[in-house]
Design a protein around this ligand. Structure first.
Ligand SMILES: Nc1ncnc2c1ncn2[C@@H]1O[C@H](COP(=O)(O)OP(=O)(O)OP(=O)(O)O)[C@@H](O)[C@H]1O
Length: 267
């Protein structure tokens, strides 16, 4: 974990709305190292998704520069795969076909059909869904759908995995299970990951660094917690670990004392 991989310098985002300009992000500076796991946390509406979308290249910063692997981020790219809270699978395709479509988009013309089939099956195996390959989204649970979404993102061999509250719509047990699975997958693939979350325990469990954002408008990075917990991490052991409790308290202290709760929506 050494090379700078994502470099965000003085990023600013101003939206044009019917009521005039809305200054969502101001002077965001962040460098993410290759293989690092970053979570973005902050109160609802502060600008986490806006920042993630800038890294994804889905929107362009009004000021500042964003680089990935030394090149300016000028639009979406398979090197930066995104997983949203809503799995966004195509309902008429099987799990296998949903992933194959992504594989074909990235590797079509460069690899044989057999190689692409193998990639698709490998991605399904990575999320333990080989048995569900021929099922359609309506035939599987919410957690399984989210795993297919993650498999689809990983199947493109992205350099960066971007996730916007990927487990937000799931029940607590499924969520815990998928967090453990994500820990395993990230360890296996070494993907650089940036994930938006509202969940303090999820942030501490998964992250190398927790990037805590101030409340908007003109939100920016308020502070960063370096999570120096050894990997692999075990949620049950960590629950008793004084360092884990310290990190958790730091994030809660930032969110509820230093930033307070915004009047309308809360994290
Ligand atoms: N396209 C847009 N046009 C105008 N305003 C926008 C647009 N997208 C986001 N905003 C505003 O920018 C601010 C940040 O929104 P964003 O969705 O990034 O917050 P968030 O921290 O991800 O919120 P949540 O945790 O609720 O998902 C909000 O006030 C939102 O209303």
């Amino acid at each position: 974990m050494s090379a700078k991989f994502i470099e965000i310098s003085h990023a600013e985002m101003v939206f044009n709305t019917k009521k005039g300009q809305f200054h969502a992000l101001a002077d965001v500076n962040l460098t993410v190292q290759q293989g690092e796991f970053i979570t973005l946390i902050g109160h609802s509406g502060c600008g986490k998704s806006t920042l993630l979308n800038l890294i994804a290249g889905l929107t362009t910063a009004t000021h500042g520069v964003l680089l990935c692997n030394g090149r300016e981020i000028a639009g979406p790219s398979p090197e930066r795969a995104v997983v949203f809270q809503n799995h966004s699978l195509l309902p008429w395709l099987t799990c296998y076909e949903n992933i194959y479509l992504a594989v074909e988009r990235v590797f079509g013309g460069k690899e044989t059909g057999k190689q692409m089939q193998e990639r698709t099956m490998a991605a399904l195996a990575l999320v333990n869904l080989t048995a569900a390959a021929q099922k359609r989204p309506h035939e599987i649970s919410g957690g399984m759908k989210q795993r297919v979404g993650i498999a689809r993102a990983l199947s493109m061999e992205p350099k960066v995995l971007l996730m916007d509250e990927p487990f937000g719509a799931l029940d607590a047990l499924t969520r815990a299970h998928l967090q453990d699975e994500l820990l395993r997958i990230v360890a296996a693939t070494g993907a650089t990951t940036v994930m938006v979350t509202h969940d303090v325990d999820e942030a501490v469990l998964l992250s190398d660094r927790i990037v805590m954002m101030t409340n908007g408008p003109a939100a920016t990075i308020g502070d960063i917690v370096n999570v120096r917990l050894a990997r692999p991490r075990d949620r049950l052991e960590l629950a008793q670990d004084p360092l884990y409790i310290e990190y958790r308290t730091s994030v809660l202290e930032f969110l509820y004392h230093r930033q307070g709760r915004p009047a309308q929506k809360a994290a």
